[in-house]
Design a protein. Structure first.
Ligand code: MRU
Length: 350
């Protein structure tokens, strides 16, 4: 049973503070959209699908608290609140996807009395959260067949239950393989500078009893050279129409290493992560984060005072290095332009 990082109950959204894991398990309650926006911005909640789920609840809280006499006034104020939520982080497209979905549902239900419309929006946020876990389980089934019966899989960052509505994208495929009886060992990159691999991936796999070994990011090549890695799997924050993949900084280096060593490099991501409005990965906005993440660790200064720092939070792996993209509707490989468009066009609900 994997953790759910966001739980809704009686008008309150409870999120596990991922900044404190693994040493402390602290849950924080949010009951307004400003609080949810701050939770996303400050990384209490992180990971592309989880950010989308949180934003949907933020939008539902905003809707609930809008005082308006007619739909036009409501819609205008709702758009302002969604803009605040959308300004929190730029790279993960699931944030914008969820906010657009909430605004579309509002428009489609404009004839409802406002009280009923507000309830409809809360129901939509609950659907987005529950659907995300079902999507991850479907992705797990499509993806786990790509893994050997016995093998060691390297992952980078956290693409687990904590980064989603539950179960995980890349870690969901690993979970599904283990549930199918495969003997899987995981190698988790620590993922500097925010340590999502050490703090989150290692923690949640250990909680589930899935064998995991933590390595520093710069050890991956050595393990591959020694034949110790059978496959790599990562999540994604945004995938452009041609299959270029934006994911946590360091992912591109792992993909290059995997190609050099003939190791398959898989990406697991829901279709909401695929942004068909961008033709290639150069158009994906890359977040730059605080210099302190690079110069400090746990409050301890590790670099000279005033040193120049560059801290991009994501990089883009070109589609040619990606063996396959695993989605809830199937696996794309090769001609991503055609295949991703086809998968996005299929419509059935989860
Ligand atoms: O900066 P973060 O922690 O939000 O970045 C998270 C990642 O890059 C994940 O690998 C990605 O969102 C995939 S999540 C299923």
């Amino acid at each position: 049973m994997s953790i759910k990082p966001i739980v809704y109950e009686n008008g309150v959204c409870r999120m596990i503070d991922q900044r404190l894991l693994p040493s402390q398990e602290v849950w924080i309650d949010y009951d307004d959209y400003q609080g949810v926006a701050e939770a996303i911005r400050s990384m209490v909640v992180r990971g592309a699908p989880a950010i989308g789920v949180a934003a949907a609840f933020g939008a539902a809280f905003a809707a609930r608290d809008i005082d308006a006499a007619d739909f036009e006034t409501f819609e205008c104020r709702f758009a302002d609140c969604c803009a605040v939520l959308g300004a929190t982080r730029p790279t993960a497209v699931n944030l914008f996807w969820a906010l657009e979905r909430m605004q579309r549902v509002a428009r489609e239900n404009r004839t409802l009395p406002l009280v009923a419309l507000k309830q409809r929006l809360l129901d939509e946020a609950l659907d987005i959260a529950a659907e995300d876990e079902r999507i991850n389980r479907a992705m797990g089934q499509h993806g786990q067949v790509l893994f050997p019966e016995r093998g060691t899989i390297l992952t980078h960052c956290n693409a687990g239950a904590l980064a989603t509505g539950g179960y995980g994208t890349a870690l969901g495929v690993i979970r599904a393989a283990v549930e199918a009886g495969k003997k899987i060992d995981v190698i988790a990159d620590e993922t500097r500078p925010f340590w999502q691999g050490a703090r989150l991936t290692a923690w949640e796999l250990a909680q589930d009893g899935i064998p995991v070994t933590l390595i520093c990011d710069n050890m991956a090549g050595y393990l591959m050279q020694q034949g110790k890695i059978n496959a790599v799997i990562v999540g994604a924050d945004r995938i452009s129409a041609n299959g270029d993949v934006a994911n946590k900084i360091g992912t591109y280096s792992v993909a290059v290493l995997a190609r050099e060593h003939g190791i398959p490099f898989y990406v697991a991501a829901p279709l909401s992560t695929i942004d068909l409005t961008l033709t290639d990965g150069s158009q994906i906005p890359i977040e730059e984060r605080d210099r302190r993440e690079v110069t400090h660790c746990g409050g301890l200064q590790l670099a000279p005072e005033g040193i120049q720092v560059y801290n991009p939070a994501f990089d883009v792996t070109p589609a040619r290095l990606v063996t396959a993209i695993i989605t809830e509707r199937g696996v794309a490989s090769g001609d991503y332009v055609q295949q991703l468009a086809r998968l996005k066009a299929v419509s059935f609900s989860f």
